[in-house]
Design a binder for this molecule. Structure first.
Ligand SMILES: [Cu+2]
Length: 231
């Protein structure tokens, strides 16, 4: 193969362009932790006491706020995405939805494969998006596109514990905290943003943060109940 001068020029120009883009596309990371704190002055907190010892309430489960998971931390405003929506899926396995919480950028299509040998169903009554995929096993993998921002609660009409949440977000700069409550949102364009920490059954928290052109900004959240107005 002979390489013409013209081709060579084109390649060099292309290479230069990539190099320049790599140098100018600066980005930082947002890292930190997010944890939950139970309500203050919870009635019956000290030792549980009284009625909890009785037969009727012995098996009532209390929330262990130290063990709470499925926190999502995200930039709560429009930010130009670096790429289009990525493919996403919620799997039905052992009569559960996996994952329980799935954040996606608006416009994402989510697949719903059933990996069990029993029938499942997928439906939602959420105002922004309601649907019913009927009953199915492995014969098909339905898809749903999420085009409206917000939280979509999804259930299976057959099984008690099958509930999951699709959190439809305005940009791809989000992260689910890991088992140690740590999160990392990577390659964020430098700037000042509204960063939100979210949990399905606790009040969200918003902070302003400034992402540097290079390096990390660190932030720790503790979600609690202090902000809930007392009626
Ligand atoms: Cu089911």
């Amino acid at each position: 193969m002979t390489i013409t001068g013209r081709q060579m020029k084109k390649w060099v120009a292309g290479g230069t362009l990539i190099l320049v883009t790599a140098l100018t596309a600066r980005a930082g990371n947002i890292t930190g932790t997010v944890r939950a704190q139970g309500p203050e002055n919870q009635p019956g907190q000290a030792g549980g006491g009284g009625a909890y010892q009785g037969r009727r309430y012995k098996f009532v489960e209390k929330i262990d706020y130290e063990a709470v998971t499925d926190f999502v931390v995200y930039i709560d405003q429009l930010v130009a995405p670096p790429a289009g929506p990525l493919p996403a899926a919620v799997v039905q396995k052992d009569a559960n939805f996996e994952p329980h919480v799935l954040p996606v950028v608006v416009g994402t299509t989510v697949r719903w494969p059933n990996e069990d040998d029993i029938f499942h169903n997928v439906f939602s009554m959420t105002e922004t998006q309601s649907f019913d995929l009927g009953f199915y096993k492995k014969e098909k993998v339905p898809e749903i596109r999420f085009d409206r921002l917000g939280r979509v609660d999804i259930f299976c009409a057959i099984h008690t514990n099958m509930h999951c949440i699709i959190l439809v977000l305005p940009n791809p700069f989000f992260a689910v905290a890991d088992a140690k409550r740590r999160f990392a949102i990577k390659n964020v364009p430098p700037g000042t943003y509204r960063l939100k920490a979210w949990h399905e059954r606790m009040p969200s928290q918003v902070r302003d943060i400034t992402v540097p052109a290079d390096g990390d900004v660190k932030i720790d959240f503790t979600l609690g109940f202090a902000e809930i107005p007392k009626s």
